[in-house]
Write a protein that binds this ligand. Structure first.
Ligand SMILES: Cc1ncc(C[n+]2csc(CCOP(=O)(O)OP(=O)(O)O)c2C)c(N)n1
Ligand SMILES: [Mg+2]
Length: 532
């Protein structure tokens, strides 16, 4: 007889899901006991960390990733991170243990009373199989669904006595062998019309979003921009978890501001706005104005039906972003428009004591390897790091698109586990680091060789800036003095040091990036916002 447990491990093998991110409890032990030697378990010390690591891993590997949590409280702790994962379009198969079936109705300890309701708002599908022998099928269904556009977390609750039950061999054999080919092609007629419009436009512009990277369309987007001589803007930074275009490319103009009036001002003069792989648009704060400049129309390419229908302006063509861009590239004529004006190289930031975040970013840019990956959660200096680093390769940048802090540190570990050959640097604000600080333990325990740079300004700088912008002065709770990241990291067993000034920072970063061990560097920076 094959147990549900053995059938499930076979299914996970068939899907290449042999890395499991988890935090266990008694209800998960029947799944985890005698853990197969070809699987790897990555323990996170709190569920936000477990899901954050899995999110980074899933995005960097491009594959559905298994998460195993402890019944209702484990899922509760994970919900903020699952919200982030949904905004990041991260394909997570989140599972949690449940009390044995015989004791669920009497509500024995650890019964997850509303197992499927609890994570529903942050998942695409939430399920508890009606019979033990349906567990492998439910997990297969969950895996396929999480990987289809828009990619998102899914949830399966599994009663702990299901694992020992006898599997339905015929069902699991078929279920385990299925492939679901999910890249949908855009409507050829709509795409053909768009190619004509693009060819005929006087001054079109491309707005590049995160799904260009996620769908593997990086080179195609570059080829299209070059062929049509399109100036290229990145979608607003706050809602973009990844880059859509090389930021050192001659056609690249910068990052769109995230407000209604500012977007149309920035795009002034263009008659056609082509948005690829981004929502239209992830605005914040509210600065009212025209949605588009006078005389401009907009077309978005997206694989996400909700993104397509919720946009307030323009048309949408639904389908895989890479296929859409390839289709356009094949049909659009080469343009003889003049090449777009090139934006200037980043300005060297003025020197100050302590250094500004822009100066820290310029120092990182000097030592950043071409195949490096930046994971960024330093809210008041996101734009400074984007501008100074100007990353140029696919898969080089991960940012929490949902805005929930506690993503960066664990995600960087997940990215590094998925991409051991690429040096990962996590740049994290001193406040942000605390939301998932115990992730440092996982980096040490699994010898994940990432570099963590903590920007110590002893404040929630971005909130102070926002308060001033909105004229909301006098709020409490915006100062976070006394967070000694070096002492905290040492407590988790991580090599850590504090540096002052640009030259100490430069050599510390170069050493940490080259080293095969995880390392944390804390640098004191000046308070306030750094924009460039
Ligand atoms: C889970 C969560 N809680 C609260 C916030 C609100 N928030 C946004 S930025 C921020 C401060 C970040 O501080 P820090 O990491 O030190 O960066 P700095 O602004 O100083 O660059 C806070 C608390 C959030 N985004 N997510
Ligand atoms: Mg801070």
């Amino acid at each position: 007889m094959t147990s549900v447990r053995d059938a499930t491990y076979d299914l996970l093998r068939a899907h290449g899901m042999t890395t499991v991110f988890g935090n266990p409890g008694s209800t998960e032990l029947p799944f985890l006991s005698a853990f197969p030697s070809d699987f790897r378990y990555v323990l996170g010390l709190q569920e936000a960390i477990v899901v954050g690591m899995a999110d980074g891993y899933a995005q960097a590997s491009g594959r559905p990733t298994l998460v195993n949590l402890h019944t209702a409280p484990g899922v509760g702790n994970a919900m903020g991170a699952m919200f982030n994962a949904r905004e990041n379009k991260s394909p997570l198969v989140v599972t949690a243990g449940q009390q044995v079936r015989a004791m669920m109705t009497m509500e024995a300890l650890l019964t997850n009373r509303d197992a499927t309701t609890q994570p529903r708002p942050v998942t695409k599908w939430s399920y508890e199989p009606p019979r033990p022998q349906d567990v492998p099928h439910a997990l297969a269904r969950a895996t396929h669904l999480s990987g289809l556009a828009p990619r998102a977390p899914v949830f399966v609750s599994i009663p702990m006595d299901d694992w020992a039950a006898e599997a339905d061999d015929d069902l699991t054999r078929h279920v385990g062998a299925r492939a679901v080919h999910g890249r949908s092609a855009p409507d050829p007629q709509a795409l053909g019309e768009l190619a004509q419009r693009l060819g005929a436009a006087a001054d079109p512009v491309l707005v590049a979003g995160p799904d260009i990277d996620a769908s593997g369309a990086w080179e195609t987007a570059v080829a299209l921009a070059e062929r049509c001589r399109l100036p290229v803007w990145a979608a607003p930074a706050s809602g973009s978890g990844r880059l859509g275009f090389p930021e050192d490319h001659a056609n690249f103009q910068g990052i769109l501001p995230p407000a209604i009036a500012a977007v149309s001002q920035t795009l002034e003069g263009h008659d056609l706005v082509l948005v690829a792989g981004a929502a239209v648009f992830t605005y914040y704060p509210y600065i009212p104005g025209p949605l588009l400049p006078e005389g401009a129309s907009l077309v978005m390419l997206t694989s996400d039906p909700d993104e397509a229908v919720r946009a307030p302006m323009g048309d949408a063509i639904l389908g895989d972003v890479a296929l859409a861009l390839e289709g356009l590239l094949a049909q659009v004529p080469a343009s003889d428009r003049p090449a777009p004006a090139q934006r200037p190289a980043p300005e060297p930031p003025p020197e100050s004591d302590p250094i500004t975040a822009s100066e820290a970013a310029a120092v990182l840019a000097e030592v950043f390897p071409p195949h490096g990956v930046l994971v960024n959660e330093a809210p008041s200096s996101v734009l400074a790091f984007r501008n100074q680093l100007r990353l140029s390769r696919p898969g080089s940048y991960f940012f929490g698109a949902g805005g929930g802090l506690g993503y960066g540190l664990p995600a960087a570990i997940g990215v590094q586990l998925a991409k051991p050959e690429r040096p990962v640097v996590a740049v994290i604000g001193d406040g942000s680091a605390q939301y998932a600080i115990a992730a440092l333990w996982s980096a040490v325990a699994y010898e994940v060789p990432l570099t963590v740079l903590i920007l110590r300004n002893e404040e929630y700088a971005i909130l102070k800036w926002f308060a001033e912008f909105e004229g909301e002065m006098g709020a409490p709770g915006l100062d976070v003095a006394g967070l000694d990241s070096v002492a905290i990291a040492s407590g988790y067993g991580m090599r850590a040091r504090r540096v002052e000034g640009a030259s100490e920072l430069r050599s510390a970063l170069a050493e940490a990036i080259a080293s095969a061990a995880p390392e944390l560097i804390e640098v004191r920076i000046a308070p306030g916002m750094s924009l460039g």
